[in-house]
Design a protein around this ligand. Structure first.
Ligand code: ZN
Length: 192
């Protein structure tokens, strides 16, 4: 019989509810990558219904530095619900959201944040691939840290399908030449 430490068991149970949503984010990330953008995808889900979804469109998206996919989906979900508060909803992303995006989830009074690859995964990738066109720059404050500073206190589910989400970094490496030659002008996919 396999005996796991209690903390490990809890984390498996906690992460098991969002695997399909993270899977959808992976598809969005792959589509964004094919369009020359960062291989990132995000969505907002409420009671099993996806309110908004988007791949990264940071490159070529009206020069908007805040156009992270997580920001886009929270904005669209709020508009759709005609409310700036999204109680009961979860922000799901392939990569640990940055402090800006985690903050918008808190401002929207969402229930939680779910992600696959961690900020440290991105930092490690960037360190190992210094010549990549895509830098995967991070502001090194983890979601858990931001969440503990805010109200309401959001739930955090991390490392959901982490291995597949980490593999997205290498998609950008493969598409880097195309992205460079096209001037990174093509916006990413997703309706977000
Ligand atoms: Zn962000």
């Amino acid at each position: 019989m396999l005996v796991l430490p209690i903390r490990k068991v809890r984390s498996i149970l906690k992460s098991s509810g969002f695997e399909n949503e993270v899977g959808r984010c992976i598809e969005l990330a792959e589509k964004a990558s094919r369009a020359g953008n960062y291989a990132l995808g995000a969505l907002v889900v409420l009671n099993g219904e996806i309110l908004a979804e988007s791949g990264s469109s940071l490159i070529g998206d009206n020069d908007d530095p805040s156009a992270h996919p997580e920001m886009i989906v929270v904005r669209h979900a709020a508009r759709r619900m005609k409310s700036r508060y999204l109680e009961g909803a979860y922000l799901v992303s392939t990569l640990e959201p940055c402090p800006m995006c985690t903050s918008v989830a808190i401002w929207a009074k969402m229930s939680g944040v779910v992600f696959g690859a961690t900020q440290m995964d991105a930092i490690q990738w960037a360190a190992e691939h210094p010549d990549d066109v895509f830098t995967w720059r991070q502001i090194e404050i983890p979601v858990r840290r931001v969440v503990t500073m805010g109200t309401p206190r959001l739930e955090v589910y991390e490392e959901v399908r982490r291995k597949e989400c980490k593999a997205l970094f290498s998609l950008n490496e493969n598409s880097a030449v195309d992205a460079e030659s096209s001037g990174c002008s093509v916006a990413g996919g997703g309706q977000g």
